[in-house]
Design a protein around this ligand. Sequence first.
Ligand SMILES: [Mn+2]
Length: 328
Amino acid sequence: MLSSARQCLVTSHVNPDGDAVGASLAWWSYLKAAYPAMEARVAFPNRYPEFLGWIEGAAQVAVYTDDKEKEAIQDYVKGCDLIFCLDFNAINRLDSLSEALADHSAPRVLIDHHRQPADEFDLVFSDISMSSTSEFVYRIVKALDGKMLLSKGAAEALYAGLITDTGSFSFSVNTPETFRMAADLMELGIDKNEVAGKVYDSYSEKRMRLLGYCLQSKMRVFPKHRAACIALSRSELEEFCFQPGDTEGFVNFPLSIKKVRLAALFMESSDRTHIRVSLRSKGKDLSVNELAQKYFNGGGHFNASGGKYFDSLKNCEAYFEKILKDEF
Ligand SMILES: [Mn+2]
């Protein structure tokens, strides 16, 4: 497929996170190095958060919600004969960008680590034991060509994806291979401390204060159910000049309370039509993937999932309390 393709698209899910951006840009960089005659571009459904803007190639990413780029993406996609879908398991995760791919005859290749990939792809690399899609990309590149076709910039992108999806190796690391990957990336010349600094020490003052507000005033703990939640209205987010990605990782904080094993973050969507739900658990007994599927029209991983709730924020919290009573 690769050797016959002339024009390809690399894309990832809406609200791209560190793994989505890191894996996509590393794969794109690899394609350009290994297949110089092929044209390759990266397009995302919407903009990636500011703190990932330093990754090599990020400035060249096209964003579908940008009115100036929308048509160019549609035209480019029309000419594609190969489409790579990274870090998501169903085309609807592309949000409005999925319209550009609808009825497209080009083969779709999936590279992903979420459960239950949809039946919409022609070649599927799907493995939930992978720490991240970045690890998957790394292993595929290594199997195809050896790691030497990864530039230092691509190696940095993969490391950024790896640490953001594993909380810097604290969860979702299932095999020693993940550490071998990190070692290989260091051999490719990355400064891991510098990458971690760029990813984590990049808060705006407002973002840091929003975190403080969440923990001090908004976090509710339910000791009986060993759970906690944080609910944020749009007006609260606006008070802190919310930027996409600002609440990234916030849902993990309540899990640092010894007895809490389930954490939820509820955020009113920007168009105020629904509540964005993030769920996290710790340990091997509580699957938030199941909770997200059963109650929040969503899914994801065993310990990290997301979904949507179509009602008010207040009702969402009450609904969550009811779930706690019913389930735990
Ligand atoms: Mn991922």
